[in-house]
Design a protein around this ligand. Structure first.
Ligand SMILES: [Zn+2]
Length: 547
């Protein structure tokens, strides 16, 4: 059967088909155009990034009788006979340490090329040469004849002696970007009529970690066993969890969806997913989330502290492999720590506001946000008011955001949204309170259920101020319309994120379970000096934003 493995079949035959190394290619093309060919090149970089392919295309191009914009013409006699050309000498330093080959080079190097313009020596994995081979190579690199070109390739540039490096023009090949890999894979599956799920293709690109050769080999191996490649084929073949599954796992923790969490974990166990790979990928996810938690104004995943401790606890699991413990057991227990415990709710930070039960008829202006009052901008904020605020504790607020977004989505509908959106301008118009009006004037309702609604506000400072005044806003709104709404505010970025998660969950039939809101305010944490500082911080921010 005339079957060629994909990475050989799709090996580039000119510069245009070398992926993701545009800078290097443009320099090499230029050198050919100007006929400024060096005597020695060294290509360094990770495996599968195109070093050897580029070396071959370059060797072909400099010998081509009618080179084109893309290097070799692939039509002339020199191009057609390139593969059999005895003047192109390939040495793999990894398979032997090369002393004999290098000696042979020295012996033959003076002889002019028999068939072409240049004799080209391509030495792959050059760092593997023995010391004596390096010394022999060095001699030839010092004064090579004009008709000789060396192209050295290595995945470990540090191991190449500086004396060699200093005699070569150096090019550093980079990992091929995920997007470039995906594009190339798409091209190949199209050419080969390989049926593959989009997610599976993306996962192959992800696993290949910037190496095209690996990506094509993986595609090769899996496509020979199945008529249509699915994501499960890829992950079971490679014992790796997909990026989407890792995202889902994290979502389970923040939405407290234990059932779906267990489903995913059982699936991993059945597919015998390598737990080390799982941990590695989950740690990558946590790093991303740690950055988000510090970057996004109202981030509502795990708190940074939780992300950090989960990361360390997971990393530690590898230490226990030797004592014969099923690793999944530990992973599961560790992750479960970050879910909420239903029976211990009362011990959790409490968020609900007392005035819902006590319901003062008219919220007093002072309770809304003393720091926004123009009459006394320099006066001390009144500490008692902060007891009404959900909390100055970022964790408590994050928790509240998580719960309310979840509860809103649990029963959200277009009808509720429309109803609320219709009321909103009327509500804003009716506001006599300037402070609240300032907060809400740029805000809009973006999702609603019968009792929950998400407010989107354009500015992060306003988002956090709205969230500090949720009780008052709800009070005004509910009194006016005789309803019982709970609000929560998000920044546009966070809303976008929540919205995407919601859509994904809908697609995957993930159900939102209604979460109880805690009922008491954590008074003991109301350390006075902290509150004063927080109030002052908010004051500064608010002024900047509102003036
Ligand atoms: Zn040619």
């Amino acid at each position: 059967m005339d079957y060629k493995v994909l990475y050989r079949k799709y090996r580039p035959d000119d510069f245009s088909s070398i992926i993701g190394q545009d800078y290097i290619i443009s320099i090499l093309k230029n050198a050919i155009k100007k006929e400024q060919i060096s005597h020695a090149y060294i290509f360094s970089g990770p495996r599968g990034t195109g070093k050897t392919s580029t070396a071959k295309v370059f060797a072909k191009a400099i010998n081509c009788l009618e080179p084109t914009e893309n290097g070799p013409c692939n039509k002339c006699e020199a191009c057609k006979t390139f593969k059999e050309n005895a003047d192109i000498i390939e040495i793999d330093a990894a398979s032997n340490n090369g002393v004999d080959e290098i000696r042979e080079i020295i012996n033959n190097i003076k002889l002019a090329p028999a068939y072409s313009k240049y004799k080209v020596y391509i030495i792959d994995e050059v760092h593997m040469l023995s010391t004596s081979a390096f010394n022999a190579l060095l001699l030839t690199l010092e004064e090579p004849p004009k008709h000789v070109v060396f192209i050295l390739a290595t995945t470990n540039i540090e191991a190449v002696p500086i004396t060699i490096l200093s005699r070569c023009q150096r090019f550093d090949f980079h990992k091929i970007s995920l997007a470039n890999l995906i594009n190339r894979l798409k091209y190949v599956v199209e050419q080969e009529n390989i049926a593959i799920e989009e997610e599976a293709l993306e996962e192959i690109a992800y696993i290949s970690d910037g190496g095209l050769r690996d990506a094509l080999s993986i595609l090769d191996q899996i496509s020979s066993n199945t008529s249509k490649i699915t994501i499960n084929d890829v992950i079971s073949h490679f014992g790796s969890a997909s990026k989407k599954q890792i995202d889902d796992l994290y979502q389970c923790i923040i939405t407290n969806n234990i059932n779906h969490f267990l489903e995913i974990m059982n699936n991993f166990k059945e597919l015998a997913i390598d737990y080390k790979l799982l941990i590695r990928k989950f740690l990558e996810k946590l790093e991303e989330e740690a950055i988000n938690s510090k970057k996004l104004s109202s981030y509502n995943g795990l708190s940074y502290e939780n992300i950090r401790s989960l990361a360390f606890e997971l990393a530690e699991i590898s230490n226990y492999i030797n004592i014969n413990i099923e690793p999944y057991l530990l992973i599961q227990i560790t992750m479960l720590k970050y879910f909420k415990e239903p029976n211990l709710k009362s011990k959790e930070p409490e968020i609900e506001y007392k005035e819902r039960e006590q319901a003062p008829k008219e919220p007093e202006i002072e309770t809304i946000n003393p720091v926004l009052e123009e009459e006394k901008p320099n006066s001390e904020p009144e500490i008692k008011n902060f007891e009404e605020i959900p909390s100055s504790e970022p964790n408590v607020l994050a928790e509240l955001i998580k719960i309310r977004v979840n509860n809103c989505f649990a029963n959200a509908s277009k009808e509720y949204l429309q109803e609320l959106q219709n009321k909103w301008p009327d509500f804003i118009d009716s506001l006599n309170n300037k402070a609240i009006l300032n907060l809400l004037v740029d805000a809009s309702i973006v999702a609603a259920s019968n009792e929950y609604a998400i407010i989107k506000s354009e500015y992060s400072e306003t988002v956090s101020l709205i969230n500090q005044n949720l009780a008052n806003i709800a009070e005004l709104f509910n009194n006016k319309y005789n309803l019982n709404y709970h609000f929560i505010a998000l920044s546009p970025e966070d809303w976008q994120k929540e919205r995407n998660t919601y859509i994904t969950n809908k697609k995957n039939n993930v159900k939102y379970e209604f979460l109880e809101e805690p009922t008491e305010i954590p008074k003991k944490e109301n350390n006075i000096s902290n509150i004063e500082q927080t109030a002052l911080d908010i004051f500064t921010e608010a002024q900047i934003e509102i003036e």
